[in-house]
Design a protein around this ligand. Structure first.
Ligand SMILES: N[C@@H](CCC(=O)N[C@@H](CS)C(=O)NCC(=O)O)C(=O)O
Length: 205
């Protein structure tokens, strides 16, 4: 298979992980050339910016040089390329998948801003408290939705929630989220047995 797609990639980014999980699930991994790219809010990266002025990963470069970002767009593009099932188009499963996709991305956005704030020399306590409140409330709601999550088909929605929970494991271990959301934890334990999750576990380096 030709590697006609270049992905600005990092093993730490949960948004990149979404794209990689889609690629594994859709059998498209062999078409990707992964370029290790460091994206940091305080240090715009010229090599990413040559393709994406926002200096964010994931950014996908196609064979004709055109680019696609962000993860929302890239995941849907890969699904379309493979004529995959990850973006259900019919009925309630469509809205369910889109809602969990937005929910998981929103949770990730809050977690990343929370992490940035807590690493500042003098963090703003009000912001730290607000992020914690939102993350705990999200976990509570997802825990209440576990039965529906478990019955839903595997989709961009369920995989994004899985990536957000994986990011909590990676960067917010001390939150003890499994005690706050035990039903969700049981669902997540099964989800991460999928080869696409095992192959994309976040790692430092
Ligand atoms: N909404 C974007 C978020 C991507 C994002 O924020 N990625 C982080 C890495 S985890 C990044 O590139 N940060 C660099 C920056 O914000 O300048 C997506 O879904 O792809």
């Amino acid at each position: 298979m030709t590697t006609d797609l270049t992905l600005h990639w990092s093993p730490k980014s949960p948004y990149v992980r979404k794209v990689m999980i889609c690629a594994y699930e859709l059998g498209l991994v062999d078409r990707l050339t992964l370029v290790r790219s460091v994206a940091a809010m305080l240090k715009p990266n010229p090599s990413i910016m040559a393709c994406n002025p926002l200096s964010k990963i994931p950014t996908l470069v196609r064979a004709d040089g055109s680019t696609l970002f962000d993860s929302v767009v890239i995941c849907e593009y890969l699904n379309e390329l493979a004529k995959g099932p990850l973006f259900p188009s019919e009925g309630e499963t469509h809205w369910q998948a889109l809602r969990w996709h937005a929910f998981g991305d929103g949770l990730l956005d809050a977690l990343i801003l929370w992490r940035n704030e807590r690493e500042r020399t003098v963090p703003l306590q009000q912001l730290l408290d607000a992020f914690e409140l939102k993350v705990l409330a999200s976990l509570q709601l997802l825990d209440a939705e576990t039965e529906v999550l478990a019955q839903a088909p595997f989709s961009i929605g369920t995989l994004t929630i899985g990536c957000a929970l994986g990011y909590i494991d990676y960067r917010f271990d001390s939150l003890g989220w499994r005690e706050q959301a035990p039903r969700l934890a049981a669902w997540h334990k099964e989800l991460v047995k999928r080869p696409s999750f095992l192959a994309t576990k976040p790692v430092d380096g």
